[in-house]
Design a protein around this ligand. Structure first.
Ligand code: ZN
Length: 504
């Protein structure tokens, strides 16, 4: 290690301590801060986050990166540090242009906006949130003008969450999907309406003990390979994953007494994110190489566990009896009824509770809303009506209030515009991984039935997780599947699976 790279390492360590505090404050804000304590938390978060930003964009950082980018220094670096220096230099040049005052104002306003969104959602009143949303949109435009001058705003945002993706590529993929998905869903829904299931519905209409649900969650996390010595589970309104580094990955869950399946699948989903982060090469911890910064790739892992594996009969075969032991209400639910329940396709209002098929429409709707905001400059006041119109168009239902409509997701409250497409990109990648896994390991159903889920997790660790951020999404797909992104494998998976379930 040269003197310069040692210096960079020490500086990164110092910055990571500030980030650690910011993350801890964020975790606390989501899991336990009382209402009256929020303001002081926001103040502390703004301070430590701005300090970290100031150090990351300081003259000292610039000089270190410049020195290490010089050919002689650069060539002496190992591959990991080559990646870190190149990536950091790119981000430094972008972020350096953002005025610190703007960053500070945005950080504070974003935290306030998050709190306002929570209150607005509880009151189901979009008007309470509208001024904050307006602010988030304005700030996002302002910041993007500094980080990506000359680039179309929404394309810049998409690229931030999934490097290499722009709206032209996403339009193409989503159109490809829609062309086959719309008629397939029509067919499924018709079959669903013919299916008599009043008796089956009654099996799920009871109260499911929350402690039992927690025990099921713990069993599921262990089953899929989420490590408890490097991770923990908190309780929040909306499940999410937060990672400090590969040795401390936190996920959260929410339990509904009348809907136990929700917490099970949230656990599998967030557990999938968690397994990813726990298995990134630990040498990358707290550097630009560590953690995975591509959200489509990240969602592809959570959704692989949640949908591709978790909604399969074979996933539950080895553990269904355990479910009844931990949550006795399940003793009365036949395995087949459970399997049908977790794959029941139905047009519904809430994205996070949607089945894996109609879920695609929830994302396409949000993607179109974001294009309407950033391209067509649709006024914030007009967004709820546009939302409801698109719900009608894609899902043929209209929300009765804002809480089950436009206020349901937190993403826009913290300025995460451009994130939503990642979920569907993740599923599209999953279709591709599934084909590759089966080519290399054989039938996934056989592996699962034989209790060999660990082999699938190991495959994902080796081919995807360990690399963290060092491979871009396009590089991941090229390395893992050997081809370019396509929605066809996902469509094949949907068609085969639901043709069987619904006897289409
Ligand atoms: Zn996720």
């Amino acid at each position: 290690m040269s003197k310069k790279s040692e210096e960079l390492q020490a500086y990164l360590k110092e910055i990571s301590l500030y980030d650690h505090v910011v993350e801890l404050l964020y975790w606390d804000m989501e899991t336990s801060v009382p209402k009256l304590g929020q303001a002081a938390h926001v103040e502390a978060m703004t301070k430590f986050s701005t300090d970290s930003f100031t150090m990351s964009t300081s003259e000292k950082m610039g000089a270190l990166l410049d020195a290490l980018a010089e050919p002689e220094e650069y060539e002496a670096l190992d591959d990991m540090w080559k990646f870190i220096v190149t990536r950091m230099k790119r981000d430094y040049d972008k972020n350096k242009r953002i005025p610190v005052e703007l960053y500070e104002a945005f950080t504070r306003e974003r935290a306030e906006s998050g709190n306002a969104w929570r209150e607005a959602k509880n009151a189901s009143d979009f008007a309470m949130f509208a001024p904050h949303l307006k602010k988030m949109i304005e700030r996002t435009r302002e910041i993007t003008a500094y980080t990506d001058p000359g680039k179309e705003v929404y394309d810049a945002l998409l690229d931030q969450y999934e490097e290499g993706m722009d709206s032209a590529s996403i339009d193409k993929l989503f159109e490809e999907l829609k062309a086959e998905l719309v008629p397939l869903v029509d067919k499924i829904l018709e079959a669903q309406s013919r299916r008599e299931d009043a008796q089956e519905d009654a099996l799920f209409r009871k109260t499911f003990d929350v402690n039992g649900q927690r025990a099921v969650q713990d069993m599921l996390l262990e089953y899929i390979g989420f490590r408890r010595d490097a991770g923990c589970v908190g309780e929040t309104e909306h499940p999410f994953t937060l990672n400090f580094n590969s040795k401390d990955v936190r996920i959260s869950n929410h339990y509904h007494e009348d809907e136990p399946i929700s917490a099970m699948f949230s656990a599998i989903h967030e557990g999938g994110h968690g397994i990813f982060e726990q298995n990134v090469n630990p040498d990358y911890d707290n550097t630009a190489a560590g953690s995975c910064s591509y959200m489509g790739i990240h969602e592809s892992q959570s959704r692989f566990y949640e949908n591709i594996l978790g909604r399969r009969r074979s996933f539950w075969t080895p553990i269904y009896d355990r479910l009844g032991e931990l949550l006795p209400e399940f003793k009365e639910i036949p395995f087949d009824a459970f399997y049908r329940r977790i794959n029941r396709v139905k047009n519904s209002l809430i994205r996070t509770e949607a089945d894996e098929v109609t879920y695609c429409f929830h994302i396409i709707l949000r993607y179109e809303m974001e294009k309407a905001i950033f391209r067509d400059h649709v006024a914030v006041e007009d967004l709820p009506a546009l939302w409801n119109q698109k719900m009608q168009e894609y899902l043929h239902i209209t929300p009765q209030n804002d809480a089950e409509g436009i206020l349901q997701d937190m993403h826009w409250s913290d300025g995460s515009f451009g994130y939503f497409p990642s979920y569907l990109l993740g599923s599209i990648y999953d279709g591709m991984y599934l084909e590759t896994v089966e080519e290399e390991l054989g039938s996934v159903d056989r592996l699962l039935e034989e209790g060999r889920i660990g082999e699938i997790t190991k495959w994902l660790n080796t081919h995807i997780h360990q690399y963290g951020s060092t491979r871009t999404p396009k590089e991941v797909l090229a390395a893992v599947c050997g081809r370019e992104v396509s929605a066809k494998p996902l469509m094949r998976y949907f068609t085969e699976k639901y043709t069987e379930i619904y006897d289409l």
